[in-house]
Design a protein around this ligand. Structure first.
Ligand code: PEP
Length: 249
């Protein structure tokens, strides 16, 4: 049985005061929710605040990116060791916005995953196809390519230490959600792809759905057998909405 993980991806949003009240709101409303594991992936500059406010709670802290290197002359970068020191449990890697706007290739993403796991944290590997790729019938090869690249670079065992998020690019921040059946098909495809190498790891790995998940559609998505949680963008910025999704898990 895979416990659902509901992770908020705040992206580059919020002020210090807003971050504090959002974390406090999630903290206050989460006490009765035991069904899902809850995480908030905040901008780097709010990690210390998150670490302080979430200390002793069941809510996990996460970051949204990490450097491919362990340290040194990499101006503007943040290492996995630094994130670990600030209490991060999760690090989002390979989000489609990073792949699209910052040129992150599968090779870069694989290296980031390795950095995160070697520092003792858990990466959330994002994969997903664009609308054009889906419409042209390339959804499966695109997703397979993103998964296979990690297997080739880091080995199938690495999937025993990561979470996966299927995020169709056309559903992110657009209000368009994959139907539960569409999402389930892709999640099952990903699990089969991993099972072809190691059935036990495939059975255990959590595959989250991300793409305009909100309180009104969370329950039906999360009810699908291969959907093991959600990566939540917009709706994670409003405590009540985020908590309603956590409750649906
Ligand atoms: C995301 O960017 O990870 C995401 C799922 O965003 P949204 O929920 O806003 O579509």
């Amino acid at each position: 049985m895979r416990q659902p993980l509901i992770a908020g991806n705040w992206k580059m949003n919020g002020t210090r005061a807003g971050a504090e009240s959002l974390i406090r709101g999630v903290l206050a409303g989460s006490s009765g929710i035991s069904k899902s594991e809850i995480a908030v992936c905040v901008p780097f500059v709010f990690l210390e605040l998150g670490q302080r406010l979430l200390a002793g709670s069941a809510i996990r802290l996460g970051a949204q990116n990490v450097c491919t290197e362990t340290g040194g002359a990499y101006t503007g970068e943040i290492s996995a060791g630094m994130l670990n020191e600030f209490g991060c449990r999760y690090v989002i890697c390979g989000h489609s916005e990073r792949r699209e706007y910052y040129g992150e290739t599968d090779a870069i993403v694989a290296r980031k995953l390795a950095m995160v796991t070697s520092a003792g944290m858990t990466p959330i590997l994002c994969v997903g196809e664009t609308l054009e790729q889906r419409e042209q019938g390339f959804m499966e090869p695109v997703i397979a390519g993103q998964i296979d690249a990690i297997i080739e670079a880091n080995g199938i065992e690495s999937f025993g230490r990561i979470e996966i998020a299927y995020e169709p690019v056309w559903a992110i921040g657009t209000g368009k959600t994959a139907t539960p059946e569409q999402a389930q098909d892709v999640h099952a495809f990903i699990r089969r792809r991993i099972a072809a190498h190691d059935a036990a790891i495939a059975e255990k790995v959590r595959i989250l759905y991300g793409g305009s998940m909100k309180p009104s559609n969370a329950a039906e998505l999360l009810a699908m057998p291969d959907i093991d949680g959600g990566l939540i963008g917009g709706a994670s910025l409003v405590a009540e909405d985020f908590l309603a999704i956590c409750q649906a898990g």
